[in-house]
Design a protein around this ligand. Structure first.
Ligand code: ADP
Length: 207
C-alpha cells in the first residue's frame, strides 16, 4: 500500500495536489477538513461543535479527528492506499495514525511537506475565500491564527516523520504541474509506478 501524508500550512496547495495524486495512484483521499465540513453540512452534533473551533481557526480535539480517520480506514478496506490531507496535525494524531495503520497491517510510506511562506498563504487564502464559502478563508485575523497554529502545534509533526526517515520537503511556490512532478518522483521511490499493468504485460511477453 502507498500511504502518503501530505503536509503543509493552510493554503500550501495540499487539496490541489491531492486531486491530481488520487487520479494517478488510485488512492483514497482522506481530508479531515473535508470530513469535518461534511459533518457541519449534515448538522450533526460533532459538526456543530467543530464549526465553532474551525471558524476561529483553532484545531478540533485530537480524539474527534482520530475517530473520523479510524472509521474512514474501516470503510475503505480495499483501498490501494491513502492520502492523508490535513492529518495528522499534532504529534498525538501522528502516533494514533501509526497505531491505526498497524492494525490494518500497513504504515505511512512517506510525508511530503509543501513549504510556502506566511505572506503568500494569506494572499492565497483570501483569494480562495472569494469562492470557497469558507468563513475561515474570509478574515485575515482567522487566517493568521491558522498559520500561527500550524507553526506552533503542527510543524513539529514533520520532526516525528523525520526521525522515521520519511520526511521530504518541497517548495510549494511554483507551477502546479512542476510541484506535482516532484511529488510523483518521491512517491515512485516508495512504489515504482506500474501504469495499467505494463510490468505484468512485459513479464508475460518475456515468458
Ligand atoms: P486548511 O488546511 O486550509 O486549514 P482544512 O480543511 O485542512 O484547511 O482544515 C480546516 C479546519 O478544520 C482547521 O483549521 C481545523 O479547525 C480543522 N481541522 C482539520 N483537520 C484537523 C486535524 N487533523 N486536527 C484538528 N483540527 C483539524
Amino acid at each position: 500500500m502507498l500511504n502518503l501524508v501530505l503536509f503543509g500550512p493552510p493554503g500550501a496547495g495540499k487539496g490541489t495536489q491531492s486531486q491530481k495524486l488520487i487520479a494517478r495512484y488510485n488512492l483514497v483521499h482522506l481530508s479531515t477538513g473535508d470530513l469535518l465540513r461534511a459533518q457541519i453540512a449534515r448538522g450533526t452534533e460533532l459538526g456543530l461543535k467543530a464549526k465553532k473551533l474551525m471558524d476561529e481557526g483553532l484545531l478540533v480535539p485530537d480524539e474527534v479527528v482520530i475517530g473520523m480517520i479510524g472509521s474512514a480506514l474501516q470503510e475503505n478496506e480495499q483501498a490501494a492506499g491513502f492520502i492523508f490531507d490535513g492529518f495528522p496535525r499534532t504529534v498525538p494524531q501522528a502516533e494514533s495514525l501509526d497505531r491505526l495503520l498497524a492494525a490494518h497491517d500497513t504504515k505511512v510510506s512517506c510525508m511530503v511537506a509543501l513549504e510556502v511562506k506566511g505572506d503568500e498563504l494569506v494572499k492565497r487564502l483570501l483569494e480562495r475565500g472569494k469562492t470557497s464559502g469558507r468563513p475561515d478563508d474570509q478574515d485575515e485575523t482567522k487566517i493568521s491564527r491558522r498559520v500561527t497554529v500550524y507553526n506552533t502545534e503542527t510543524a513539529q509533526v514533520a520532526g516525528y516523520y523525520a526521525t522515521q526517515n520519511k520526511f521530504h520537503a518541497l517548495n510549494g511556490i511554483g507551477e502546479i504541474e512542476d510541484i506535482f512532478g516532484q511529488i510523483c518522483a518521491i512517491l515512485d521511490q516508495h512504489q515504482p509506478a506500474t501504469p495499467s499493468g505494463s510490468q505484468q504485460a512485459a513479464q508475460e511477453v518475456k515468458a
